[in-house]
Every structure is written in C-alpha cells, then in structure tokens.
Design a protein around this ligand. Structure first.
Ligand code: SF4
Length: 321
C-alpha cells in the first residue's frame, strides 16, 4: 500500500472511532427528570434545586468530558467486585434498587457485606488521584461533592435499617482500594428524610421550596439560575461556605503556585537585568535571547475607570473568627 493511502486510511479510522465515541458520550449527557428523590442527590444543599430536578429535569446537558469520567467509574465497578472476591469478600444484593414511596426516595446500593455476623452497606466510588489523596477518613467527606456521598450512604443506612457502612474507594489509576468505615448518624439522616418530605410535598403542591440562602456562588453554578430560579442576589454579605470542589481545588492550587509565581517574576527580572543589552547568550542548558520592540500605545482620554482587585489569602484561625 502506498504511503498516502496509509495516511488516508489512518485518518478515516481515527475519525470513525472518535466520532462514534463523541456520539456515545453525547447520548448519555442528557439527564431526565427525576421520578423520585435520588439518594445520591439528597445531600444537595438546595432543596429548591432538587424540586426542579424532579419537575423540570436538568436544563444543561453535562459535558461529554464529565460523562466520560462518570462512565469510567461505572465501568470500573465490576472490576472492584471481582477484586473484592479475589480478596475473599463477596458483596451481596448488588445493585438492588429500592424505593421508599412514602418519602419519595429511591436509590440502589452497590451491595451489602457481611462481616463477623454484621451486615454493612457497601458503596463503591472510583476516585481521581486528588480524591484518593484527600479521602482518608470519614471526616474528609464533609465538604463539596463528597458531602453528597456522605448523605447518600447515610440515607441508605437509615432506610435499610443498617447501622454500619463502608465506602470502598477505588483509585482510578491503580488496582488499589481503600475502605472508609461509616457509622449511622441518626440526627443527620433524620434531617435528610425531613428534607425529602419537604421536597415531596412541594412537588405535590407545585410550589418550589425557598431559595438557597447566603450562597450566591452555589446559585451561580446552578443549571436553573436565572432560567427558572431568580434568587435575591445580595453581594454585600460574606458567603459562609462555598461547597464547590472544583473552585476549592483551584483556590488551593493558586495558594501552592503563588510563591513560585513571585519567585519566578523576581528571578526573571534579575536575569533580564543581567543580560540587559546582550542579544543572545548561552547559560548552562539555556539560551537567553533579548528582542527590542516598540509597542504603540494609543492616546487615551483621561477618565475614571472602575477597578476590582481580587486578593486571595489563606484563612487563619484569626481571620475565620
Ligand atoms: S439558583 Fe440557587 S436557589 Fe435557585 S435552585 Fe439553584 S441553587 Fe437553589
């Protein structure tokens, strides 16, 4: 076969498989209305959003990148069961969907594990390297997305009448699992059931629950924001707890990069000054080049321009009082 034919067939197969993948992921990106309150969503801080998920369905299809991440988790689950079995532990009642109609809740547990005569709910979660590092004990599930996992497992425990559970965390990167034990927290589980009842009643009455208070950040990332839901926007107050894992990770990364950015700028300035007027120089493994240029600045009228300066500082005990 000629070289150009090989290139063409390569381009064809690449396009055929990758378009099929795009279609496969797109087909899974639409989320239907919830027929009942899902245990996986009951930990949502906004009951009004749960109401809209049930009455309208998600307005924004999720991105195909996100679908690909979820799907990888789904595909890895059978492997986790096999691995547990190789280790001598069998999950019973896997993927049993149960619904509690009087509360309007449904959910399917990943399994029940029997150990030393006790039954415990088992919930498998395949996790990113970031979550693998972060989630060591149950106390690490108290923020962002993981809070919903905590609410989900508490809901299963209270509804199945089982007081113990385990998260089986599976690293997406390696054949490694971590077990995080969980105890039933009656008060918290009870509050989740009350939330479910309030949403169920709101759906029957066609009256959405109240807006989420004091959390503009959460509202701004909500699919219903300014489409179906227009919460009062009060930017004057401090938002006490932004439960957004992605934003939280960005702020943490910003904190980590900050010193190196300062150091980078200082070093760059020092190096540039040392090589001032030199067109090109080799320094160790690096080549340093200077280029003269002219930047044309348009004359501007004198005027007042509103500016906003964002300062990101690490919280200390003193500042969080
Ligand atoms: S916009 Fe805010 S109040 Fe409205 S549903 Fe979304 S999170 Fe809740």
């Amino acid at each position: 076969m000629m070289e150009h034919e090989q290139v063409e067939i390569g381009a064809d197969i690449k396009s055929a498989i990758e378009s099929a993948q795009e279609k496969y992921l797109r087909d899974k990106s639409h989320r239907d209305k919830w027929r009942s309150i899902r245990a996986s969503g009951i930990g949502d801080p906004c009951p009004r959003r749960i109401y809209y998920m049930m009455t309208e369905g998600d307005l924004d299809p999720i991105s195909t990148d996100l679908v690909a991440i979820f799907q990888e988790g789904v595909d890895q689950e059978p492997g986790v069961r096999r691995y547990l079995s190789e280790l001598g532990f069998e999950l019973l009642k896997s993927q049993v969907t149960a619904s509690w109609q009087e509360l309007g809740i449904s959910g399917s547990i990943d399994g029940i594990l029997e150990y030393q005569g006790k039954q415990m709910i088992a919930e498998i979660k395949t996790v990113s390297p970031y979550a693998w590092e972060k989630l060591q004990t149950i106390g690490d599930f108290n923020e962002g997305y993981y809070k919903k996992w905590y609410a989900q497992i508490q809901t299963y425990m209270v509804l199945h009448g089982i007081e113990d559970a385990i998260f089986i965390l599976k690293s997406k990167e390696a054949k490694k699992i971590r077990i995080v034990p969980v105890k039933l927290d009656y008060d918290y589980a009870e509050s989740l059931l009350k939330k479910a009842e309030a949403v169920r009643d709101a759906v029957v009455k066609h009256e959405p629950p109240d807006f989420l208070k004091d959390n503009i950040v959460e509202c701004k990332r909500c699919p219903f924001f300014q489409k179906l839901c227009n919460p009062p926007m009060d930017y004057g107050e401090v938002i006490p707890n932004v439960e957004d894992e992605e934003l939280n990770a960005k702020v943490k990364e910003h904190e980590l990069l900050h010193p190196s950015a300062i150091r980078y700028n200082a070093l760059h300035k020092e190096i540039a000054e040392s090589f001032d007027g030199i067109r090109e120089a080799i320094c160790g493994d690096f080549i340093i080049k200077s280029k003269l240029g002219v930047r044309h600045m348009k004359a501007q009228e004198e005027r007042d321009v509103e500016t906003v300066t964002v300062k990101i500082e690490k919280l200390t005990e003193e500042s969080s009082d």
